[in-house]
Write a protein that binds this ligand. Sequence first.
Ligand code: FCB
Length: 455
Amino acid sequence: MTRMPDDFLFGAATSAGQIEGAATEGGRGDSIWDVFARRPGRIAGGATPATACDHFRRYRDDVRLMARLGIGAYRFSIAWPRVIPRGYGAVNRTGLDFYDSLTDTLLEHAITPLATLYHWDLPQGLQERGGWPVRDTARYFADFAEQVVRRLGDRVPLWATLNEPHVAAHLGHEHGVHAPGLRGLGTALQAAHHLLLAHGLAVEVLRDLAPRARVGISVNVAPVHAAGDGDADQAAAARADGYFNRWYLDPLLRGAYPEDLTDAYRELDLLPEVHEYDLAAIAVPVDFVGVNYYFRYLVAADGGDGTGLRQRELGFRVLDAGGAGSRERTAMNWEVYPEGLTEAVLRVTRDYAPAAIYLTENGAAYDDDPGADGDFDDRARQAYLHAHLEAAGAALEAGAPLRGYFVWSLLDNFEWQHGYRKRFGLVHVDFRTGARTPRRSALWYRDAIAAGGVP
Ligand code: FCB
């Protein structure tokens, strides 16, 4: 039995752009994802986030459902274009009213809110002024944070400024598979710097306006393993670790970009423009680090032929063959590797000594068995969650200051470029009718929460 401490938060997570829908209602403006999804061929099945789970209208039912499952904490995000439709200028009270009411509904059901200020839905109005590669966007983000915190800061105890700046920067600005669909490592690094700066400025706003709140940021942390013992693969793995992990963790938690990667980017003439006090602003102390964990990277030196995602400038490949060929994979084709969760949490603990860590995302997509209509018997997801909660317990036992775990996701939702085809929910959503049906894993999670851990 893995028992968590009594004050451990068992949560579930979502994000605004993936569940709310109501894209044109209540004065909301377009986000970069609304615009990206209208471009042919960008999203599987031509899907858009316009309706999604219709959570904007159904939030009371969704909160009641969480309460029935015994979920103790809920991580949601605030849609910037709902609050400030163009990203700058007029504030939309109706948007703030929605989050105000969502917060109160959560508190009425004794569910602790964890609000994320930015989960990738930049207002299109700001994209038209250059988006994250432009420095002003960080300032506008601080203004947005101020509006939100003035309204909710008295009731929301936990805040994450950003979700996964690495993904927002690189998938959106280097690989072009996420909004806004740009392609250039230099552009991505400049976007990343402004995202980090935006984080620092928002922490200051939170300290001023909500002095009792606990504040952090969610980063995706993935162990990077070398595919082979040779020097070339080892060196490639070190560069990949810099690219995926340290380029974000180091400035946030140590106040400096990592030297090895700084040298590499300088040589490629790709270093972002950094102003004198930026790193001090970025490294403003936080109360917790949010770790999102899904997989590890198995990395080889890039040379000759090969399969797997290639990072050309830094000369490494992420092998899509995974670790041991026999390992199970999710519907995302992600290797199931629970040991990596323990490793990621212990690495953050050892290298950065944060006051607290929350696992702000972990979960899996699986296809529903078409035969199991009306009875969503997702044993694979249940086993996945079981193994990963055990891995979280192992991190705790080894001394990590782990305070909570949030399953991604409460509901099946708009999974970015995959549209509605990848289902991560504890709760199944019928996107035609909006009907919610808790899967077997949801009931299992309810029992684990009631027991304070996993048997
Ligand atoms: C994370 C994102 C989240 C969801 C999961 C599957 O990277 O933060 O929105 O897409 O992956």
